[in-house]
Design a protein around this ligand. Structure first.
Ligand SMILES: Nc1ncnc2c1ncn2[C@@H]1O[C@H](COP(=O)(O)OP(=O)(O)OP(=O)(O)O)[C@@H](O)[C@H]1O
Ligand SMILES: [Mg+2]
Length: 231
């Protein structure tokens, strides 16, 4: 089952003080099926994070298409209305970044249970499910009720991961999700990802230590500077 068809996708940023567009990536094409894992590689600044953000629609792509086969039918992520993107983010597409955007005075437990509480059938069990996830990443239980704004980098990344993985997704966008994790948490994540992959979840990931996920990778997408032709 095809999940995503990306055709000639590109993104350039218009930088006002330079009065010109800076290309991030251009002409990216690939297809992703259920249970497939595509590893995105390339040098710093080549556009890996920007590609994932375009698919999550944090950024609007400037060219090409990204046809996502949603449960409710196909939708071009490069053109979809914001309201449709919000619905996809709630139910189908997850994005994990290296940095947590923690909201002030919201506890770790409240942050990670939020996606579950939006689903009435899982809301009563939210706390138990969240505790299981947090414990699996080795987040010590005495800080579960604390505010993640003061957490360490690795602790914040664990909160990010649990928030993204706690509800079932069809597509996961993983931007260096292990960059701040210790060895035990990295191993826990790889085990979770293998399990999700076996359940049919498709993934696109950038990994600082690609050897961690070597066994999960089905294809590699190289982004290169040669693609960076300014128009
Ligand atoms: N919001 C933005 N405005 C302007 N330029 C941006 C913006 N976001 C990213 N860029 C530029 O786009 C290019 C690609 O950045 P991106 O973060 O996608 O690279 P990357 O491949 O993820 O690099 P790294 O390996 O360092 O994480 C960079 O040159 C960056 O300066
Ligand atoms: Mg990046």
């Amino acid at each position: 089952m095809t999940i995503l068809e990306v055709q000639g996708l590109s993104k350039q940023f218009y930088v006002h003080h330079l009065r010109r567009a800076i290309p991030a990536f251009a002409g990216v094409s690939f297809t992703l099926r259920a249970s497939e894992f595509v590893l995105v590689r390339g040098a710093n600044g080549v556009g890996k994070s920007t590609l994932l953000r375009c698919l999550y629609r944090t950024y609007l792509p400037t060219g090409g298409s990204a046809l996502y086969h949603a449960a409710g039918g196909p939708i071009d992520l490069a053109r979809a209305a914001d309201v449709d993107i919000v619905a996809l983010r709630r139910g189908e597409i997850g994005h994990v970044t290296q940095f947590l955007r923690a909201r002030p005075r919201v506890s770790a437990l409240d942050l990670v249970t939020e996606p579950l509480r939006a689903r009435p059938e899982q809301a009563p069990e939210a706390r138990r499910i969240a505790a299981e996830w947090l414990a699996s990443f080795g987040l010590k239980s005495d800080i579960w009720e604390a505010y993640p704004t003061t957490f360490s980098g690795g602790e914040q990344q664990k909160i990010n991961l649990v928030r993204a993985l706690i509800v079932p997704r069809r597509l996961l966008l993983l931007d260096e999700p292990t960059a701040s994790l210790d060895a035990a948490a990295r191993a826990a994540l790889v085990t979770w990802l293998a399990q999700l992959k076996a359940q049919g979840v498709a993934m696109i990931g950038v990994f600082h230590h690609p050897e961690d996920i070597r066994d999960l990778v089905d294809a590699e997408l190289y982004l290169e500077r040669e693609h960076h032709v300014a128009h």
